[in-house]
Ligand binder design. Sequence first.
Ligand SMILES: [Zn+2]
Length: 484
Amino acid sequence: MVAVGILFLLCGVGYGKYIYDGGSSVWLGWEMASESEAGSQASDTNGLTVGALHDVQEGNVEESTQTGGSIGADGDSAENQSGSEEESTSGSGDESDASESGSGDESDASESGSGDESDVSESGSGDESGAIKSGSGSSDLSEDTEITLVMIGDMLMHTSVVNSGEQGDGSYNYDHLFANVADRIASADIAIVNQETIMGGDDRGFSGYPTFNSPTALADAEAAVGFDVILHGTNHALDKGASGVLNCINYWETNYPDIAYLGINKSQEAQDTYIYVYEQDGISIAILNYTYGTNGISTPADQPYLVNYLEEDKVVSDIERAHELADFVIVCPHWGTEYNLGTDSSQAKWTQIFLEAGVDLVIGTHPHVIEPVEWVTDDEGNEMLVYYSLGNFVNGTSSSGSGVTSRMVGGMAEVTIGVENGEVVILEYDAIPLVCHIASGSDFTVYYLSDYTEELAQENRIVSQDAEFSLAKCWEVVEEVWGE
Ligand SMILES: [Zn+2]
């Protein structure tokens, strides 16, 4: 197996993120980091260099035999799916079969594909203070280690959500959206959010459905509450074109270099080589993000790399590389059918692909309603936990009618990853019901459904669009999809 040299990016903090060259087994160190823009890596956006880091690269370049992999530039290929997205006026959230969920318990340990590269190799760049870290290798993993991960669903920034952040002085602030669930986000080792809508540049003005542009103040709020990973691989990634993607990347890199953004890329090299890996206590966890399409908006012919699409060759190749780098692999697909409380055939197809590729955990988004949580197993006994959809975190849909209630009910995935019999596995998992409370100003927020009251429910402005909305109705949706 390959000896993978791994470098602590944030020495002393206890975790790091690194990049790997898919085409070869050579550690590319900082060179790749800078050119390929890992969200949190050395950002050189717009000439903003990370001084020392940038210099370090020279030494490494020589050693990198090749960059980039075999991944075909996709881009339009995955465009074909339907995908209008939200506001389909009908409001009939056709619920199909809700299969059972396994929330609430711990249970079976799934396999992780790790095992191989254990040895510590040198990284080429000798200087950065940093520790050279070993790859995975389970030999010295402690069974006491617990890594907590939380993820929330869609930040679907309809106009009413955008307006809720307006301050008296013309600025925007969105801390209120997270205020009631900040405890788990802040305390998790890895907190992930699905940023459904692009933050394509404040100077172009904000917009809601159908081509969204959301304030960068939302990014500030996400950073403030403690998100570590932002998923941008959504069907709205190209709502403001290539410049929207690049502006968004620039905002993250410039202001929050320690936060990883996934699903969008600023170069072909970045798309081909960047794999996000979280490292803690000797355990490494890779996270990948793809979307089924971008609402019929294609990437420009000369920038096919802007968005990660669910294209089988690329996805499988990325998962293989992720296994080389990490003990545990998570895929966050943007998939499924809107307003469907069950699952669909494309999710079944992709679930099988992920399972066969050895993925450990799948957490999906896009349907704007919650969908089942289940373990899937292959013939060889490999297990994978799948949250098909976490629903909306926030939205301000203008739809009305029966079924709209289900768009107000979201979920927070909470997963504890640790070691059992030398393997990195899921120790515990849960799906925590949430409810989006539509109001004006900073009263617009999200509650744990267990904290919600009927009095609050009747103040939720969604009542005027779906008279069935009530605390009990929200719990009915949860029970239908996730069981008691
Ligand atoms: Zn979507």
